[in-house]
Unconditional design. Structure first.
Length: 284
């Protein structure tokens, strides 16, 4: 796996931070050499920080909505870091998508480094929403600093998502279905036989940003997945794939689609807090 991991070696470090204060909350905007990558919200006292990775279509104007949904964590002495997931559209060809993943993962790892070294926080957790969760799987596998990972309406198996979910009408396809199926059959055999470094020799880059590639490295991670049973964008099969490979993941289901999941947020908040605090939550 070392050769696979080395693909994501580049880290975009934080070079500047701008601090604002709002009431008792400290707001810190984080910048690397290229752009503003995240905003930190810190209570007066905190022992932990959770990095939130939003879904595709995110822009900074949605930051207040995300903050509103998770600001209750500040009262529990948990800081919130909202990643600025720019240019998250899914209509990219394979090589461009791969470079996009490399850049975003490098930026997130730069944020993790800043939290650890500048804020002296060792308990760093991750929450990935939808597409942000797909990126989050790889970050969680790569970054030892991540203690707990939460994935909300997210999953794995990009082949299934590309060809059999509702996203099949939006995702750009670089190869025909039959070709894709054949290459994935080879890929699955490499995974089955633990020949991970051979994945680098496959003709497409998508296997390097497919979360399945990294699941084996998450066997000892503490994980929670919260999904909608009627979700046709990230179908339930994409969650079962994780459950099949990892015994350490807890899953919670709601009777929702991808778009109606927002109505269950009040219940989801409770599960997230319980998991972050003590992991003793009901689930499978």
């Amino acid at each position: 796996m070392e050769k696979i991991f080395s693909v994501y070696n580049e880290i975009y470090r934080i070079t500047k931070s701008e601090i604002e204060k709002k009431d008792k909350i400290k707001k810190i905007n984080l910048f690397n050499e290229k752009r503003k990558t995240a905003t930190l919200f810190l209570p007066a006292n905190y022992y932990s920080i959770i990095i939130v990775l939003p879904g595709a279509g995110y822009s900074e104007k949605f930051q207040s909505s995300i903050f509103k949904n998770f600001k209750y964590l500040l009262e529990e002495k948990i800081g919130i870091c909202i990643f600025n997931l720019n240019n998250g559209n899914l209509n990219k060809n394979d090589s461009i998508f791969f470079e996009y993943f490399k850049e975003k993962i490098g930026e997130i790892r730069g944020i993790i480094e800043y939290i650890k070294n500048e804020l002296k926080i060792n308990e760093i957790n991750l929450l990935g929403i939808s597409f942000g969760g797909i990126i989050g799987f790889i970050v969680s596998a790569l970054a030892k600093e991540i203690k707990k990972s939460i994935f909300v309406i997210s999953g794995v198996n990009l082949e299934f998502i590309t060809w059999r979910s509702l996203l099949r009408f939006k995702i750009k396809k670089d190869c025909k279905r039959i070709v894709c199926r054949r290459i994935h059959k080879v890929y699955r055999n490499l995974i089955k036989n633990n020949l991970y470094d051979e994945i680098l020799n496959l003709p497409k880059k998508c296997f390097l940003y497919e979360p399945i590639t990294y699941l084996k490295s998450m066997e000892n991670k503490k994980m929670l997945m919260i999904n909608g049973i009627f979700d046709m964008i990230i179908p339930f099969y994409c969650v079962l794939e994780v459950k099949k490979q990892l015994k350490n993941v807890k899953t919670i289901w709601y009777p929702s689609t991808h778009l109606t999941f927002k109505f269950f947020i009040p219940f989801v908040r409770k599960h997230i807090l319980e998991f972050l605090k003590n992991e003793n939550i009901s689930g499978n």
